[in-house]
Design a protein around this ligand. Structure first.
Ligand code: ADP
Ligand code: MG
Length: 245
């Protein structure tokens, strides 16, 4: 694959003074690579991906995203956030805005895009996630699966180079998981760089180039999906897989 778009070098993070949540993370993500991150609850998965757009800050080591090192420099953080879209477990849509308004808000007010253009782009993204007919509704009038697809479309409106997903299907009823995963699979086929925290192993096998297993703040093991699932190396990975598979 091509040159890295994300590089962690010996990244360490603590919450407060004593809780060491990320330990010596070394990770290089190639442009266009699709990574699935799994591991037990509390292992630091969310923290790791939130460091990529500086929703969390690391205290030691170097983290570079799209050629820019993440430091306290506000301009650098702004530049990175323009290129990194994020989708959360809880959809985080604005309940008092329509679907369309949720999508045009950031492009118009942060990106200074004219309303007409922002709406055209928003409609194109809503079509992409197959929900264009819901543009005038409010989030709470939609199902969970529909709301999550709106959240994905909203992130795509900023034309990110990297998409981060943090357990995007964990809050959904089982019958809605597939419609969201299908949209994510299509997105993956489009070639965007993707990091996804999920325990959906079918998804991992279908789209991931690499599966990373985290435990207690460390990357314990990583491999191509089939090798990872069929032939896990460490006891911690085996134990985890025995619980979820
Ligand atoms: P995961 O996503 O793998 O479940 P997280 O990255 O959310 O793990 O959390 C890792 C650990 O850090 C957990 O023990 C969690 O309780 C703790 N943690 C997460 N966020 C904070 C915070 N803002 N302050 C203190 N501790 C936190
Ligand atoms: Mg998490």
């Amino acid at each position: 694959m091509s040159e890295p778009i994300i590089t962690f070098e010996k990244v360490n993070k603590w919450y407060g003074n004593s809780f060491h949540v990320l330990r010596d993370i070394d990770l290089s993500v190639a442009k266009g690579e699709r990574i699935v991150i799994c591991g037990p609850s509390g292992s630091g998965k969310s923290t790791l991906i939130r460091c990529i757009n500086r929703l969390e800050e690391h205290q030691q080591g170097t983290l570079k995203v799209d050629g820019v090192e993440l430091t306290d420099d506000v301009k650098a953080i702004e530049a990175i956030r323009k290129n990194v879209g994020m989708v959360f477990q809880q959809f985080n849509l604005f309940p008092h805005l329509t679907v369309l308004e949720n999508l045009t808000l950031a492009p118009m007010w942060v990106g200074k895009m004219p309303k007409k253009e922002a709406e055209e782009r928003a409609m194109a993204q809503l079509k992409r996630v197959r929900i264009a007919e819901q543009a005038g509704k409010y989030p709470l009038q939609l199902s969970g699966g529909q709301q999550q697809r709106v959240a994905i479309a909203r992130a795509l409106c900023l034309t990110p180079k990297i998409m981060l997903f943090d357990e995007p299907t964990s809050a959904l009823d089982p019958e809605m998981i597939k419609e969201v995963l299908d949209v994510m699979i299509e997105l993956a086929e489009g070639g965007i760089t993707m990091l996804c925290v999920t325990h959906e192993m079918g998804f991992a096998k279908a789209v991931a180039n690499r599966v990373i297993f985290m435990d207690q703040g460390q990357i314990v093991e990583q491999n191509a999906p089939h090798a990872f699932f069929d032939n896990p190396q460490s006891d911690r990975t085996k134990d985890f897989l025995s619980k979820i598979l």
